[in-house]
Design a protein around this ligand. Structure first.
Ligand SMILES: [Zn+2]
Length: 85
């Protein structure tokens, strides 16, 4: 599980983007690695598409709580895997 809010692990430095430069790779043994999928330069912000899911009912309030403001050309407006329709 990658959750930067739990235990303060290094995943807390990865912000969400709808056009990320990294992706999470699970090695089949329960370990998750972050790999770049685009060239990055020193000082570039690293980002992944969170693709968050929830078992809670998709209400406008819940969706608003996961709003994305990455401002990329392909921004879906949500950090959820499936944007509220
Ligand atoms: Zn976005």
């Amino acid at each position: 599980m990658i959750d930067g809010s739990v235990g303060g692990n290094s995943a807390r430095w990865l912000n969400h983007s709808c056009q990320p430069n990294c992706e999470a790779i699970e090695d089949g043994r329960g370990r998750v690695f972050i790999e770049t999928i685009k060239d990055v330069l020193p000082g570039d912000e690293l980002s992944i598409a969170y693709g968050l899911t929830t078992d809670e009912a998709m209400t406008p309030e819940l969706v608003a709580g996961y709003a994305c403001h990455c401002a990329t050309k392909r921004c879906t407006g949500s950090m959820l895997a499936l944007a509220y329709a």
